[in-house]
Design a protein around this ligand. Structure first.
Ligand code: FUB
Length: 297
């Protein structure tokens, strides 16, 4: 297996293609997966742990794509801290959504003046170039880990976490660059960080990182409305492996459902050197998500 992994890394480096087995990216440490299904392709936006980091040393955001969930093309860096004049550190979790042929990249970073904030970059192409859309942060209340979903009626919702911790949400404007109404604190059981919002068959799902033992686990809640109230549905993935954090992203693609997360499974991996992994799953008949186990923790 180790020989195969080495061959995979070499092949990946030569062909610029990441391997299919978990972790799916073996050419560097990758984090905070945010998959986007667009144009019959899965576009996987990730964070990046610097090699040898002793803390969350994260400076850029990257993109991979696949049409078969096996072979992943590496598109390189989409954004870095330098892309935002107001940011100085912590290129933490982000997510891209498409609206009207334009791509909106919501990210976390620490402001030059201190404190976590959420900013937005936009592009006319999914593969970039992405440019800071506002020249300032969108939210600066200590917010991290933005997740955005556009409902069938066109209303976009953004959830995010707070370092306190706690979950918040707001309604985004049609321009996707502004919001209407108040920043609203949301009650979600044992929420820590890393929310992922999606809707399926009329049910809203809020998946998030929680404390499940010595490391984070992944739990989820459901609601009939994007703004809650949320009913706790328990754990999807238990605390497992060498990374303290975990962070989920969920999509349906070509008839399958996929759960993206990160762990410390790559050689040298751990809390500050994480790697994106995927588990394929099927929703239960009642719409609940089955328990998933890291295939290689
Ligand atoms: O990767 C940095 C932070 O760790 C993310 O923003 C959190 O969700 C956690 O994964």
């Amino acid at each position: 297996l180790r020989g195969l992994a080495t061959a995979g890394i070499l092949l990946g480096a030569i062909l610029d293609v990441a391997r299919a087995d978990n972790p799916i990216i073996q050419t560097l440490y990758s984090t905070d997966p945010a998959p986007l299904v667009w144009n019959n392709t899965v576009w996987l936006f990730t964070g990046h742990d610097e090699n040898g980091a002793k803390n969350y040393d994260m400076r850029d955001w990257r993109l991979y794509s696949s049409t078969d969930m096996v072979n992943w093309r590496d598109w390189g860096v989409m954004l870095s801290l330098k892309s935002f004049s107001w940011a100085k550190a912590d290129a933490w979790a982000g997510q891209v959504v498409e609206r009207g042929g334009k791509f909106y990249y919501y990210v976390t970073a620490t402001k030059t003046s201190g404190g976590y904030a959420v900013g937005i970059a936009t592009s006319d192409s999914v593969t970039g170039p992405y440019k800071d859309a506002l020249g300032r942060h969108l939210l600066a209340n200590g917010g991290i880990d933005p997740t955005v979903y556009i409902d069938d009626d066109g209303q976009a919702y953004m959830y995010w976490g707070h370092t306190s911790p706690g979950a918040y949400h707001v309604l985004l404007g049609k321009d996707m660059l502004s919001y209407t109404g108040a920043l609203t604190s949301t009650s979600v059981q044992n929420f820590v960080e890393g929310p992922w919002l999606h809707k399926r068959n009329g049910t809203w799902y809020l998946t998030y990182s929680s404390m499940g033992g010595s490391n984070e686990d992944i739990k989820y809640a459901t609601s009939t409305r994007a703004t809650g109230p949320w009913t706790s549905r328990g754990q999807i993935m238990a605390s497992q492996g060498k990374s303290f954090t975990n962070h989920a992203g969920i999509i349906d693609y070509k008839g399958g459902s996929y759960f993206f997360y990160h762990n410390g499974a790559l050689p040298g991996g751990g809390t500050y050197s994480r790697s994106v992994c995927i588990e394929k799953f099927s929703y239960n008949a009642d719409g609940s998500i089955p328990k998933l186990v890291m295939t290689d923790a």
